[in-house]
Write a protein of this length. Structure first.
Length: 192
């Protein structure tokens, strides 16, 4: 309960209206995505683009950037898939329904999924969603579109991950503690 007072001395107590479950779930999904997605300005920064000097540096950049920008890359891949399905309205509707299921079951839950008083492990949920996604793609007969869009997405993502380098990206790497001993975030093996 919040007590609000006016300059005249009169006070009243008020409580905010309870949020609806849909709006609270939507806000929760939005906050989860915005917390995990890196700023698009950093993602598309031309000053961070450079060619790697060696194969080991290219593999390091690929590994670090795939970890650092994982949700940005997922958005890129989903956008390419969406664009490949734009001329197949039934497939697009099935894809959007499947995407909503993924968002609801993977991002908006704080507690484990329970069905018939049994707790379902998150890995089982993801395997089930993957199976449903494959069945939806088989049912709508858009395999060629999906394969081509996956190949295009993988090529674009790998190219971006290899040519993008920034000093601050290495700090989020799971290997940053090991690499902090050396002056370069690329590690000693790339300085040879």
């Amino acid at each position: 309960m919040a007590t609000n007072t006016f300059p005249g001395g009169g006070g009243y107590t008020s409580s905010p209206p309870p949020p609806s479950s849909f709006s609270s779930r939507t806000a929760q999904i939005r906050s989860s995505l915005s917390a995990a997605i890196r700023p698009w300005g950093d993602f598309f920064s031309p000053s961070a683009l450079s060619l790697p000097v060696s194969l080991s540096e290219a593999s390091f950049r690929l590994r670090v950037n795939l970890h650092h920008f994982r949700l940005n890359y997922a958005v890129v891949a989903l956008t390419v898939l969406f664009l490949s399905l734009i001329f197949h309205p039934l497939s697009l509707i099935v894809f959007l329904v499947t995407l909503l299921a993924w968002l609801y079951l993977c991002l908006s839950r704080d507690e484990p999924l329970t069905i018939f008083n049994r707790t379902i492990d998150d890995r089982v949920v993801m395997i089930g969603l993957g199976f449903v996604t494959v069945l939806a793609l088989i049912w709508t007969s858009v395999w060629l579109n999906v394969v081509v869009s996956a190949a295009v997405s993988a090529a674009v993502i790998c190219l971006h991950a290899v040519i993008r380098f920034s000093e601050d990206v290495g700090n989020d790497s799971p290997y940053s503690a090991l690499l902090s001993v050396v002056d370069s975030p690329r590690g000693a093996y790339s300085q040879v």
